[in-house]
Design a protein around this ligand. Structure first.
Ligand code: C2O
Length: 550
């Protein structure tokens, strides 16, 4: 591999959307931010310079960061934030990965405007395991807020209620013609007939899983989370925040006398107020040379896709069940066949006491909270990775994350009276190279909801999933240990569970959290600590000299 240099100047930029101009934080004056393009095996040196008043940190979502945890990015987990006027060089090498990933700010809600694609091409001379595309196009979904997202979440955390929802979804930063004042802010994909396009989809929305479809076109899913899958065709797909999906779009063989919308809209199972608007982009066939101008493209009929209803869980289940690792000789699925350590985690919403003299806006006058195994994670004031590396955990974190020997209660039955979470900065410590099985069970303590759980530093295999309570006596018999999907973000189904397996071969401190930003803010997050192995190449590298200080 080669070394590639990037510079990210984080600064303010004026952007107008939905007839509303505001100053946003972005990179190099671009919104969405610049693309990182590299090949498998390359080293990246990305210098991030903070020119704004906020503290900043950037996460390279899905990059494994083997032994380079200092470059992972979540603020107060692997690094202190980059302060105003300071800079930090993220230094990492892409090992054994190729596909679509993305980068985003990893502090408070700044990722609402600080995000962009990461495109990792295969090593030179290694083809894709599918037809060579004519063109490749990144398509990144986002959420636009007219108000300041930082103000929205800080107000919600003060009052204990749910935060205001966004004003629009966007495709590559653009809301599209179904929103007020936005016809000119529409993403257009110009295509030629009879060609294959590789669309690299990324869901960067803060709080919403999305359905996506292109009218009158079937697409082929070929990769998720930078892992090749067994290709399958679909008209509609589902993508959760944090996930990426590569699709092949084969255009019609003749120039069609129509234009086509591509649209995305919410999939959700919980209760509450949701943004149920639709973002649309346009798939436009380029006019052939001999095309007569009186057949102006504007007069062509427009086709709109039909998306599933907002709570279509059966579509979601069918779709995720179709995802399988390619598991070929060249791209094997190295599923751990034996398990050294088993864990059972509950994930879900709960409440915490109203701690002020005001009236709290959460359920029954409490504050909304969220937890893993009933622990709502409290962010430390210094970074966990430094504390761990220098043996200074005292007063920063504890290693006593609760481990349940068996399943404590029925998560699908009557909720317990006490919905209160406990608080703490607790972690699980894993010896090097243990193979781990983790069951994540959504609770119905405060209404069931699907949670896209994201793991830093690892890909994992989704060996099983189901609805209701996980049954340790029955369900493991149905686990797929042959070609389960490998990914970095998995939806724990509403009122159900998933089982994942991974090998703890990456020493460091690794964040795991719900990628719905509001749930992360409420505490649905925790940290794993993976210890060094004995050999030098099994140890976390030492911290770089420019690592930010708290
Ligand atoms: Cu994409 Cu911890 O995040």
């Amino acid at each position: 591999g080669i070394t590639r240099h990037y510079k990210f100047d984080v600064k303010l930029q004026n952007v107008t959307r939905l007839c509303h101009t505001k100053s946003i934080i972005s990179v190099n004056g671009q919104f969405p931010g610049p693309r990182i393009v590299a090949r498998e095996g390359d080293q990246l040196l990305i210098k991030v310079v903070n020119h704004v008043q906020n503290n900043i940190s950037i996460h390279w979502h899905g990059i494994r960061q083997l032994r380079s945890g200092w470059a992972d990015g979540p603020a107060y987990i692997t690094q202190c934030p980059i302060q105003t006027g300071q800079s930090y060089v993220y230094n990492f090498t892409i090992v054994g990965q190729r596909g679509t990933l993305w980068w985003h700010a990893h502090i408070s809600w700044l990722r609402s405007t600080l995000y962009g694609p990461i495109i990792i091409l295969p090593k030179r001379g290694i083809p894709y395991p599918f037809v060579k595309p004519y063109k490749e196009v990144p398509i990144i979904f986002g959420e636009w807020f007219n108000a300041d997202p930082e103000a929205i979440i800080s107000q919600a955390l003060q009052t204990g209620g749910g935060p205001n929802v966004s004003d629009a979804y966007t495709i590559n930063g653009l809301p599209g013609p179904l929103y007020n004042c936005s016809a000119k802010d529409t993403f257009k994909l110009k295509v030629k007939p009879g060609k294959t396009y590789l669309l690299r989809l990324i869901n960067s929305a803060l709080n919403d899983e999305l359905f996506f479809s292109i009218a009158n076109h079937t697409v082929t899913i070929v990769e998720v989370d930078a892992v090749y899958v067994k290709p399958f065709e679909t008209e509609t797909l589902l993508i959760a925040p944090g996930q990426t999906t590569n699709i092949l779009l084969r255009t019609k063989s003749q120039y069609p006398s129509a234009t086509f919308f591509m649209t995305a809209r919410l999939y959700v199972t919980g209760q509450g107020t949701f943004d149920n608007s639709t973002v649309a982009g346009i798939l436009e066939y380029e006019k052939p040379r001999n095309f007569h101008s009186r057949n102006s493209i504007k007069k062509l009929p427009l086709f709109k896709p039909i998306l599933p209803p907002l709570n279509d869980t059966s579509f979601a289940t069918n779709f995720t069940n179709k995802l399988r690792s390619l598991a070929s000789a060249q791209f094997p699925a190295n599923v751990p066949q034996n398990v050294d350590k088993r864990f059972f985690f509950t994930v879900g919403l709960g409440t915490s006491p109203c701690n002020s003299n005001q009236t709290c806006q959460g359920p029954n006058g409490t504050m909304f909270a969220a937890s893993v195994n009933n622990v709502s994670f409290i962010m430390p004031s210094t970074a966990l990775l430094q504390s761990h590396f220098f043996g200074q955990s005292n007063g920063v974190y504890t290693a006593n994350f609760p481990i349940y020997p068996s399943i404590p209660f029925n998560y699908t039955g009557t909720p317990p009276n006490n919905t209160m979470v406990s608080n703490g900065t607790k972690s699980v410590v894993l010896p090097y190279n243990k193979s781990v099985e983790l069951i994540m069970q959504d609770t119905s303590i405060l209404g069931a909801e699907s949670h896209p759980l994201h793991f830093h530093g690892f890909n994992f295999f989704v060996v099983g999933q189901g609805f209701g309570n996980f049954d340790p006596n029955k369900d493991p018999a149905n686990f797929n240990l042959v070609d389960p999907i490998e990914r970095n973000t998995v939806g724990v189904p509403s009122g159900g569970w998933v089982a994942i397996r991974f090998l703890a071969d990456n020493p460091g401190v690794w964040f795991m959290h719900c990628h719905l930003e509001v749930h992360t803010s409420w505490g649905l997050k925790m940290a794993w600590i993976v210890l060094d192995g004995k050999l030098p190449e099994q140890k976390l590298l030492p911290p770089p000299a420019d690592l930010p200080k708290c």
